[in-house]
Design a protein around this ligand. Structure first.
Ligand code: SF4
Ligand code: FE
Length: 499
């Protein structure tokens, strides 16, 4: 696309530069958000939600602090853009995404929520190109216009793919309630109307725009389900129902020790689409059912290797485990060292597969680069297993205190405080309070609020383990491998029989 044809910012959109700018940009939106049965008028200032906002804000600050890591030159908008909004132009760009994700995992110890949008735009870049070639549509050009606007404003994009799915044995058109898969319910001359819901939406409230995408293969008669659309987060008709996270309400209490990670958390919410209008200019697929499955495959090839984010979080957990061993005075015990080595081995095995998937990227017809699907699925499959073992090892090193430690309020109480400071201190030179902070961080990541991101999201995010096994089965080239075995074993295939 010619740069001169690209739209510039709309007058109301000035680019978001820092984390503080980003937090301001979330204020004053009239979102329909519910948490614990109540409407939350200003989610950004809600103490339970704010740590998730801080995690996204950190992505903006990293782009200022380390531009080589977290920004890239975009030929589309002819400017430097946040890497989360960048279309990959080389395998190095794909690898750089993983490096940035690991760093952000280290800095936040949780899910920083922006990878879904990054992976969605890269999948849609090549998908819209291919749909246009097959159907003479003009989705790609329309998508680029939208994307340039996002890059210039430096917006956060959320991806919305997972439908409620109703009866899992039935396809969308066979469901008794057609709305359990998001679909078009009305067409107008200037756009379409969407109804349905999306589940487990990472960072949706913290985004400016959502990319709505189908999450499953579709049949010819399911054209109204084959829709990709960009929707502003504050569109009329959208309702957000915030998910509960383990220990989330501790943020309503005073103090910081019991929170483990007071500053950062992830965010998951359910989004309900009650007849949301989408103008034609924001529709990037409409009815081309045969492209639903390739979209899911492309998105997951990106997103499953994006889960190297959990290795950054794993770095924090390994650090916390080493810290508590040190505080307990057992840092040099051989079994302690061995457990830390095992944790590092598991963590780097995840990273190894993810970064390999990115290094093995291939060019698409549209000109961007897509990770290797088999290695991406191996990465994500490792993520469904290894953090659980790492959590077990961290809890082993932390001891039972992770589940029994009295609260910060008890530390402050004039009667119990001195007793706790006396009996909860570790080796000489380590205060009870620092020991409590290290234990609470391990609790936060393995049992508490950020265990949602480190364990459950690792298991189910970007597809549950079976989804990766299906994709690994598709890509493992078993016939080629059997032939290799036959070659070495001297087994000759029988000559084909004349029919
Ligand atoms: Fe990014 Fe990881 Fe969060 Fe997914 S789980 S959005 S890959 S940080
Ligand atoms: Fe997620």
């Amino acid at each position: 696309m010619e740069p001169s044809r690209l739209p510039l910012l709309t007058p109301t959109e000035s680019p978001i530069l820092s984390g503080a700018d980003y937090i301001s940009s979330l204020r004053g939106r009239n979102l329909n958000v519910f948490y614990l049965g109540e409407r939350i008028p200003s989610p950004v200032d809600h103490p339970v939600i704010r740590p998730s906002v801080n995690a996204v804000a950190r992505t903006y600050d990293l782009a200022v602090e380390e531009p080589d890591l977290a920004t890239a030159w975009s030929p589309l908008s002819n400017r430097r853009v946040n890497r989360f909004l960048h279309i990959t132009t080389s395998p190095e760009d794909v690898v750089a995404q993983n490096r940035m994700q690991r760093r952000l995992g280290q800095l936040t110890g949780t899910c920083f929520q922006r990878c879904v949008g990054m992976d969605a735009i890269n999948a849609l870049f090549s998908l819209t190109f291919d749909v246009d070639r097959a159907h003479s549509t003009s989705y790609h050009d329309r998508f680029l216009r939208f994307l340039v606007r996002m890059q210039c404003a430096n917006f956060t994009l959320g991806g919305a793919m997972t439908d409620p799915k109703g009866d899992r044995a039935k396809s969308p058109s066979a469901q008794s309630d057609p709305d359990v898969f998001t679909h078009i319910v009305a067409r107008r001359p200037d756009g379409v109307v969407l109804r349905g819901a999306k589940m487990h939406q990472t960072g949706c409230l913290n985004s400016h725009w959502l990319l709505v995408m189908p999450g499953t293969r579709l049949r010819d008669n399911e054209r109204d389900y084959a829709v990709v659309a960009a929707v502003p987060v504050d569109s009329p008709g959208l309702t957000y129902i915030y998910g509960r996270q383990s220990c989330d309400s501790r943020t309503l209490e005073h103090g910081g020790i019991d929170l483990g990670n007071p500053q950062f958390s992830g965010q998951e919410a359910m989004i309900v689409f009650d007849d949301v209008f989408v103008p034609t200019e924001h529709i990037f697929l409409d009815g081309e059912t045969e492209f639903a499955a390739p979209l899911v495959d492309r998105f997951t090839a990106y997103h499953r290797r994006s889960y190297v984010c959990k290795t950054g979080v794993g770095d924090v957990l390994i650090g916390a485990a080493a810290l508590i061993a040190d505080y307990n005075g057992v840092a040099s015990a051989s079994h302690v060292k061995d457990k830390l080595i095992e944790m590092a081995h598991l963590n780097e095995t995840i990273y190894g597969a993810g970064i390999a998937a990115s290094h093995e990227s291939h060019p698409t017809a549209a000109g961007n680069f897509e990770p290797d699907d088999l290695l991406a699925n191996v990465c994500k499959h490792n993520v469904t297993r290894f953090p659980y073992e790492m959590a077990r090892l961290a809890q082993d090193l932390a001891g039972g205190l992770a589940a029994t430690m009295p609260s910060e309020r008890d530390l402050e109480n004039p009667e119990t405080g001195p007793k706790l400071r006396k009996y909860l201190k570790g080796r000489d030179g380590v205060s009870a309070e620092d020991r409590a902070r290290a234990v609470r961080l391990i609790e936060n990541m393995t049992l508490g609020r950020n265990a949602v991101g480190y364990l459950t999201e690792s298991l189910h995010g970007a597809g549950s383990p079976q989804a990766q096994r299906i994709q690994i089965a598709r890509r493992m080239k078993l016939d080629e491998k059997k032939q290799l075995a036959k070659n070495l074993a001297g087994i000759k295939d029988p000559a084909p029989q004349p029919s």
